[in-house]
Design a protein around this ligand. Structure first.
Ligand code: GDP
Length: 358
């Protein structure tokens, strides 16, 4: 499953946000693996289509796609010097598909700030610097080694070139992800560089900043081309404990329509080029995670490798067509159910039944 690592300076609201995320686990009962480790939370990707489908099919259960969040504590100013970033930190961050950096923007004199004052720009700078320095350390060792290996014809030159290109970017102070397309990421994958991962920035804001467009534009510009999300962690943890109706009212009262955490799950999916397709029946309605551009057999493989190996065809109805028709039978009668072969590229919201040989 998709894993997003949460990093940030101490006292910016990481735990508050993480707790809200895991409290939000309405459907935890369907996921026996929901509590793996204390710092891992598995949360459903909100998808209103699932409830509609479950209604049409009379499904007993709804299983949304999931996103795992890992609370990666342990980054402070100077972390990359001296003893370096801790092993647990490095292992956690390397396993994550994307990094979510939480930045404090809320002002509250009762909450101590490690630098004595609230400054999102300098917090961003601090964390970036630590991650960039950690990657530079990795490359300082790797580049001479790769150089030797290339001379000895043990490694392809493209790997060395990519490492050197990465080093240049880092030396300018930027994370590698800030320069999409400039480094061959596949070539440097084995080096486990931290800043090659996609970043999502969460600004923990107070209520007034939630709807302050000028402020948000300013913060977005600081982190572009990465995505910025603005949420109030304390509010999110309150929202997570309410039922749907109450939650909507509370959000409306502060002028927003979607919980920040839902935005985060969606952005995470988008940033990583993921999408979902849907299966439905009397037992369950379920969302499955795939990459954009995957073909029908690849998508089938997410359910079971046998489905991919024995793939014959897929019966596909788009969600909107199915809802309009009201049932699979009616969608078929209207010619809205398509038989797709092995070259079919999956579309978001396809409702699918695979036919396969076992
Ligand atoms: P962490 O060290 O990054 O995990 O930060 P915590 O989640 O423990 O939060 C540090 C302190 O800030 C706690 O006292 C929280 O209650 C408080 N806090 C977190 N989010 C908010 C917020 O959105 N607004 C305000 N005013 N306080 C917050």
């Amino acid at each position: 499953a998709l894993t997003i690592g949460i990093v940030g300076l101490p006292n910016v609201g990481k735990s508050t946000m993480f707790n809200a995320l895991t409290k939000n686990n309405v459907l935890a009962a369907n996921y026996p693996f929901a509590t793996i480790e204390p710092n891992v939370g598995v949360v459903p990707l909100p998808d209103p289509r699932l409830k509609v489908l479950a209604g049409i099919f009379g499904s007993q259960a709804i299983l949304p796609a999931t996103v795992s969040f890992v609370d990666i504590a342990g980054i402070v100013k100077g972390a990359s010097e001296g003893e370096g970033l801790g092993n647990k930190f490095l292992a956690n961050i390397r396993e994550a598909d994307a990094i979510c950096q939480v930045v404090r923007a809320f002002v509250d004199d009762d909450v101590h700030h490690v630098d004595g004052k609230v400054s999102p720009a300098s917090d961003l700078e601090t964390i970036n610097t630590e991650l960039v320095l950690a990657d530079l350390q990795t490359l300082e060792k790797a580049v001479p080694r790769l150089d030797k290996e290339v001379k000895g014809k043990k490694t392809d030159k493209s790997v060395l070139d990519a490492a050197v290109a990465a080093q240049k970017i880092l030396e300018s102070g930027d994370p590698i992800s800030k320069h999409p397309g400039e480094v061959d990421l596949d070539a440097v994958r084995e080096l486990g560089l931290l800043t090659t991962k996609p970043f999502i920035y969460v600004f923990n804001v107070d209520e007034s900043q939630l709807t302050d467009e000028a402020f948000q534009a300013e913060m977005s510009a600081l982190v572009a081309p990465a995505d910025a999300i603005f949420l109030n962690a304390q509010l999110e943890s309150e929202v997570a404990e309410l039922d749907e109706e109450e939650a909507r009212e509370l959000l409306e009262s502060v002028g927003i329509t979607e919980p920040g955490l839902d935005q985060l799950a969606h952005k995470g999916f988008n940033t990583l080029g993921l999408q979902t397709y849907l299966t439905a029946g009397p037992k369950e309605t379920r969302a499955w995670t795939i990459r954009k551009g995957w073909t029908a057999p690849q998508a089938a493989g997410v359910i079971h490798t046998d489905f991919q190996k024995g793939f014959i065809k897929a019966e596909v109805i788009s969600f909107d067509d199915l809802v309009e028709a009201g049932s699979v039978a009616e969608a078929r009668a209207k010619g809205k159910a398509r038989m797709e072969g092995k070259d079919y590229v999956m579309q978001d919201g396809d409702v699918v039944e695979f036919r396969f040989n076992v």
